[in-house]
Structure formats: C-alpha cells, structure tokens
Design a protein around this ligand. Structure first.
Ligand SMILES: [Zn+2]
Length: 224
C-alpha cells in the first residue's frame, strides 16, 4: 500500500518488527515497530491529520500500561486511522493541532518503558483498539533493516490539461507523447492524456506496457 511515510527524513533503522518477540527474556506481542533515525532524530507526521493526543502519563497515576509509551503523540488521519509515536524525548505539538505529512512532531527519545532511543510506531485502523502491522502502509518489509522514504519527484506546476502534473518534463516529452500515441501508457490517449509525473506503476501495468511495446515493435518491423 505505502500510504504512510516513514516518520523520519533520511535513513531509518527498523530494529524490532511487528509481532511475536522476546523482550528482556520475556515473550510478548509487539503491536508496532521500533524505529531509529540514523540521519535525524526528528519525528515527523506520516500523513496529514490532526493531533489527537500529545502527552505523558505518569506511572504512579496510570491504571493501564500507557505510561510505558513515555512521551507520545497520537496522529489521527482523515480515514479514522490512529498512529502512535512513542518514547519521545520532546513533544513539539499539542492536541487539536492540524499537521501535514512531514511536519515535525517531536524528537526521538528513551522515555517510558524503553531501552535505548527509538520510536515505537503503532498503527490502528479506524475502529481498532490494537495495532496492526504498519509496514504495509509504509511500503517496507516487516524485518530488521534500513529503510528510507522514496525521494519525492517534483510535480510540474505548469497548467497542463486535464490537471497539474500531466505535462512531461522537456527531456521526456518526445517519448511520453510517442508512448501515448502508441497506446503503451494504458488508459491514456493523445486527446485526453492521463500522464501523471509522480504516478507509481503496478507490476500489472508494467506487464501491459512491455506487451504493448512488443506489439509496437512487431508493427514496426513486420514486412508488409
Ligand atoms: Zn515498540
């Protein structure tokens, strides 16, 4: 899916995956993933949303285990999903604040039940009271490793039709127009181009493109 961005800029180490794990010799369920920023310790919004919670619950007054999260921020997404980012050193947002993806939320830390600076990252889709595997939303594997957000591609701001981002860069123009004219870009036509500069291509679409390209070659080189 990959609808969320990793909550850091630069490289991020996933050091403890979602699911069953042993922590300090005790088997347990890990309802999120543990992330460590390698280039930056600033924690950023994984999507647009509203800050639902920004707090720390003292252990003494806690009837649940929420104190374990230390200083944490909950970001509420438009679709009802709630994202928890925990163990912060510093919280830099307040409840009710509106944020955009990439905005600063806080600083990675080691507060609460934590054994080293990291961010416990937990995703609860609308209506769910426990975390699901967040890695599919982030477009990464649920495995220890180093990950990074995809580099963002600048979208053309020119007023192409039918919408922004439909106008190819100069260096790509000739080939994009050729591919549209030959019907290689599925769903596109010269009359109504549907070319979006920052579109992802699925494997299915890629196969269609390859197949269509092979057909075009046949048309070019067939002896008639
Ligand atoms: Zn964790």
């Amino acid at each position: 899916m990959g609808t969320l961005r990793l909550p850091y800029n630069g490289r991020v180490k996933l050091e403890s995956p979602f699911g069953n794990r042993i922590l300090n010799g005790v088997p347990g369920w890990h309802a999120g993933i543990d992330l460590v920023g390698l280039d930056e310790k600033i924690i950023r919004a994984p999507c647009d949303g509203v800050i639902g919670v920004s707090t720390m619950i003292p252990r003494e007054s806690d009837k649940t285990l929420t104190w374990q999260w230390g200083k944490y921020v909950r970001l509420d997404c438009a679709d009802g999903m709630k994202i928890y980012m925990c163990h912060m050193e510093q919280r830099l947002v307040s409840a009710g604040q509106t944020v955009k993806a990439g905005d600063v939320l806080g600083v990675e830390g080691n507060t609460g039940y934590s054994f080293g600076s990291h961010c416990h990252f937990e995703v609860r889709p609308a209506g769910m009271s426990s975390g699901v595997d967040p890695t599919s939303y982030l477009g990464i594997r649920n495995a220890v490793g180093i990950y990074e957000n995809p580099k963002t591609v600048a979208v053309s701001s020119s007023s192409g039709t039918p919408g922004d981002g439909n106008v190819p860069h100069e260096w790509a123009k000739k080939y994009v127009e050729w591919a549209i004219a030959k019907g290689i870009l599925r769903g596109d036509s010269a009359a109504k181009p549907n070319y979006r500069l920052n579109d992802g291509v699925t494997r299915e679409e890629y196969c269609v493109m390859l197949g269509r390209f092979a057909e075009v070659l046949d048309e070019l080189y067939s002896s008639d």
